[in-house]
Ligand binder design. Sequence first.
Ligand SMILES: [Zn+2]
Length: 143
Amino acid sequence: MPAGTTVFDDEIPGVANLGPDLLRALRQAAADAAEGGVELLIDSGWRSPEYQSQLFRAAVFEYGSEAEAARWVATPETSAHVSGDAVDLARDAAAWLSVHGAEYGLCQIYGNEPWHYELRPEAIDHGCPPVYADPTHDPRMEQ
Ligand SMILES: [Zn+2]
């Protein structure tokens, strides 16, 4: 994904292939963040299964085992990026969402990934759920 990508960049597959509800929430948040002078830039959004597989293999190489890699990178079968349900935000954007995200149903999911956000619509009324320490604690990753 090119540097400087925003949630409005429809011509970029990593943005265009995000789930419509997630994209809508991100765009609402981005419009409000912009009023506060913060641009909601994203580092990664939707990923193809092939690309996710590459990332996972690279992580296995880097961390030395599949078990350790799984703390940081999901497989294509389990990744919320592959299903279009997650975005990784640039630092300023993540900082803004850490304060305001729940108003839009946008929540940090993992304690070790402050940049990774997913849609949790119930957060609008109830706040974001507690974070998992890392993805290996997420029941969705057990496949
Ligand atoms: Zn992520």
